[in-house]
Design a protein around this ligand. Structure first.
Ligand SMILES: NC(=O)C1=CN([C@@H]2O[C@H](COP(=O)(O)OP(=O)(O)OC[C@H]3O[C@@H](n4cnc5c(N)ncnc54)[C@H](O)[C@@H]3O)[C@@H](O)[C@H]2O)C=CC1
Ligand SMILES: O=C(O)CCC(=O)C(=O)O
Length: 408
């Protein structure tokens, strides 16, 4: 069968120590040209490695900016082996004809479980007692220690993580209030409030589970901390940019907040060998974790299988189901004919041009799918294999073409 590239020529670049399950999926599907790195790459090292890569797999550290993407001339697909995709310039990727995939569910339970543990630790004042004990001090006292039963958890962002957290918190006897920009079905006895200040005024513990967007940048700052109840506990396992860290440090220092657990930071070390700097390091009552909310073996294994599977399906069949920046086309495997992909600027008349060009050259289209999203149009076609080369040539001539290629 005719295709643009043999599988063993397709370079898969995997960064940030992805779980071996991802490697196994690629190998099982015949992709043997895998370059695997345990950590993230930056600068020239990243540009060098990505230059001849067809697919790249990353987690949250690697920054795929428009500059990096523009260097990656052969890149045809990006896999974020996590939920967040803010580390990728999604528009730049789409405009270069590159779909970006992620794993929207696989690590959500892990985050919710960690937060439950942190709620209990913070409500009992364990972080400072633990820190003191490490220094040889003994703080045996019930002062400031509370059961979580009957207390109110305020969840900001009631999505996959927020909902699971809410259910678990309720089973432990907490009351759950949430704030979300969308109207959400409350699970269990949770109650949605329409304004953030309402949640802040009620909650004994506030936990953030929103994505990084322009609207969520510094959404919790001095004003919001001042609206929280005295001795409130604060948790952020979403994205570092959502919280104004100096404002949080002040709220802890003034003892308005009685503790916090922070898993994500505006600037995170690039590798485990780099120093972690934060004004929060000095506070015993702040749990600091190195962005490990989703880092469990269970989650990483599932993510590896999920995202590698999506990249393989795109490479083999052109399927873009759940791509975050691309037209969504669901395609099964194909046999007996050649499948061609055509990614183009979304403007009227492209399909007519393709069909006219094929008809002029006597190329019979056996199947055709078109889907568009924003500025991008995506057409998948099947033709007799003997006509695949000719069809590809015609596709490349269409004005507005971003990419065209023949699949297996
Ligand atoms: N610490 C870690 O290791 C991990 C962190 N995350 C972070 O957690 C975030 C949330 O994950 P999911 O629950 O799976 O996402 P999700 O997309 O299911 O839920 C996010 C919710 O936030 C709401 N939202 C968006 N903007 C808002 C705003 N301005 N105010 C209030 N609500 C708003 C949305 O409507 C949605 O209901 C991810 O975007 C990611 O950044 C995710 C996994 C692991
Ligand atoms: O595991 C990671 O590297 C990042 C997890 C995360 O923050 C996400 O899934 O969005």
């Amino acid at each position: 069968m005719k295709h643009s590239l043999e599988k063993d020529k397709i370079k898969i670049l995997l960064l940030e120590g992805l779980h071996q399950s991802s490697v196994e999926v690629f190998q099982r599907e015949g992709y043997s040209n895998i370059e695997y790195h345990k950590s993230s790459l930056v600068g020239n090292e990243l540009n060098e490695a990505i230059k001849d890569a067809h697919f790249i797999g990353i987690r949250s550290r690697t920054q795929l900016t428009s500059e990096v993407i523009s260097q990656a001339e052969k890149l045809i697909g990006i896999g974020c082996f996590c939920i967040g995709t803010n580390q990728v310039d999604l528009d730049a990727a789409a405009n270069a004809g590159i779909p970006v995939f992620n794993a929207p569910f696989s690590n959500t339970r892990s985050v919710a479980e960690l937060v439950i543990g942190e709620i209990i630790m913070l409500m009992r004042g364990i972080p400072e007692r633990n820190a003191k004990a490490h220094r040889g001090e003994w703080l045996k006292s019930a002062v400031g220690s509370h059961e979580i039963r009957g207390k109110t958890l305020g969840i900001i962002g009631y999505g996959h993580i927020g909902t699971q957290l809410g259910i678990m918190a309720e089973t432990l006897g907490m009351n759950v209030t949430f704030y979300d920009t969308e109207d959400k079905l409350p699970l269990g006895n949770a109650k949605q409030v329409s304004k953030l200040p309402e949640l802040l005024a009620q909650a004994d513990v506030v936990s953030l589970h929103v994505p990084e967007t322009a609207q969520t940048k510094n959404m919790i700052s001095t004003n919001e901390f001042s609206m929280m109840k005295p001795n409130c506990k604060f948790i952020n396992a979403s994205r570092g940019t959502v919280v104004d860290i100096p404002a949080l440090a002040k709220a802890i220092e003034s003892k308005h907040l009685a503790g916090a657990a922070i898993d994500v930071f505006p600037i995170e070390p690039k590798s485990n060998n780099d120093e972690f700097s934060s004004p929060l390091r000095e506070f015993d009552n702040v749990i600091l974790s190195p962005h490990v909310g989703g880092s469990t073996m269970e989650a990483q294994q599932n993510i590896g299988i999920e995202v590698a599977g999506k990249l393989v399906k795109y490479s083999d069949n052109g399927s873009t189901v759940t791509a975050v920046n691309f037209p969504d086309v669901s395609l099964s495997s194909h046999t007996g004919r050649s499948r061609l992909l055509h990614i183009h600027i979304n403007k009227p008349g492209i399909l007519i041009q393709i069909n006219q060009a094929f008809s002029d050259k006597g190329i019979n289209i056996a199947a055709q799918h078109l889907q568009t999203k924003g500025d991008i149009g995506y057409v998948v076609m099947e033709v007799d294999t003997i006509q695949a080369d000719n069809a590809l040539e015609q596709l490349k001539l269409i004005e507005g073409t971003i990419r065209a290629r023949v699949l297996y």
